[in-house]
Design a binder for this molecule. Structure first.
Ligand code: SF4
Length: 353
């Protein structure tokens, strides 16, 4: 059995945003009751539209934002209970790679200074050992060790992201949060960086939480995926099962929007088109948060929050369809649009093509 690296349970992050007319505090619920786990050396993909709370979840796991409640365990350490003095040691074990390689590196520092800084703070190493470690990590990310004397502006976007990855990996962390690590790069550079991340993970055994809105990137990188909508995880499971047989209408809408390279397959594909805009995180809908955009919504969806239900092929989906109405009983939500048209609500029929 694999060793758990990260365990997150019922994590809530909310921000105060002024008060109501009667003086009651108003909150923005950025992440609600988020639970997930990542084994050592594993990659979990976290997907969703922007505003779904995936980046907030990543930041709260790292304690870069303070969770309101819930627990985050890295190995045996309860991250949420660590005092400020304990956070320094935590930084050595958990790192982050940001989306924008242009702003994540201090332009006034050389590459050597940028890479040596974490070692100076966290590792008791001599100057020559630090220099050797810098040369080694530069080679590991595919850059010449002689580049250490240069400044970030002398590199392309892809090379800067390699440097950011080197800075995150130089302390051999147990977990790295990759926050949209390739979305600012061109397509050919994206695949180089993704291959590099895979090679680094194979060698180091570091676990990755890959936060991304690009579903193709997540499928390529992550054996498991969790789907977030309006601050909540609505589905999780093995990537193959979630992509091929989504159990939640929101996952299906996201996945059905991925274009097929083959135009014939594209024409015959079933697509679930969402209506309306993302509701406000300050006043999320009652019951199922997806109900205002869901073509299958039933009466119960406004009244009760759906519990996660097991899905054939692994994982869970939080949707009443698995217990009420057409009763999917763990099968793909696609079943409603393809095989059993008699059971499809009118709104869903209108949404399919
Ligand atoms: Fe749609 Fe209801 Fe399922 Fe939510 S619980 S996704 S509203 S059918």
């Amino acid at each position: 059995m694999s060793k758990p690296c990260l365990q997150v349970r019922d994590l809530n992050v909310k921000y105060p945003v002024g008060s109501t007319f009667l003086g009651a505090q108003r909150w923005l619920h950025a992440a609600s009751d988020v639970s997930l786990h990542i084994d050592a050396g594993e990659t979990l993909g976290l997907v969703g539209e922007s505003g779904s709370g995936k980046s907030t979840t990543g930041m709260a796991i790292l304690r870069l934002v303070t969770p309101h409640s819930g627990t985050v365990r890295l190995g045996d350490t309860d991250v949420t209970k660590l005092p400020a003095s304990g956070l320094r040691a935590l930084r050595r074990r958990m790192q982050i790679v940001f989306q924008d390689p242009y702003s994540s590196l201090n332009p006034s520092m050389t590459i050597a200074q940028l890479l040596e800084e974490p070692l100076q703070i966290h590792a008791n190493m001599s100057k020559s050992d630090r220099q050797n470690a810098v040369a080694e990590i530069l080679r590991a990310v595919g850059l010449h060790a002689g580049y250490a004397a240069r400044y970030p502006h002398e590199f392309s976007g892809g090379q800067r992201q390699r440097i950011a990855i080197a800075r995150a990996m130089i302390l051999h962390p147990e977990l790295v949060v990759l926050d949209e690590p390739v979305s600012a790069l061109d397509v050919s550079t994206q695949s180089q960086i993704l291959n590099l991340l895979k090679a680094i993970q194979d060698k180091s055994g570091t676990a990755f939480l890959l936060v991304a809105h690009d579903l193709a990137v997540v499928r390529l990188m992550s054996p498991r995926v969790a789907v977030m909508y309006l601050g909540e995880i609505v589905e999780e499971g093995p990537s193959g099962r979630v992509y091929d047989s989504p159990g939640h209408p929101y996952s299906m809408a996201l996945i059905s929007a991925i274009p097929f390279p083959d135009p014939v397959r594209q024409r015959s594909a079933t697509r679930l088109i969402l209506r309306g805009d993302l509701p406000s995180l300050m006043r999320p809908p009652s019951g199922c948060r997806f109900r205002t955009r869901c073509p299958f919504a039933m009466e119960i969806c406004a009244q009760e929050k759906p519990p996660p239900a097991p899905i054939e092929g692994g994982g869970t989906a939080a949707c009443h369809l698995h217990a009420h109405g057409p009763r999917l009983r763990g099968r793909s939500v696609q079943t409603l649009l393809t095989n059993r048209p008699g059971e499809v609500p009118q709104a869903a029929m209108a949404a399919s093509r």
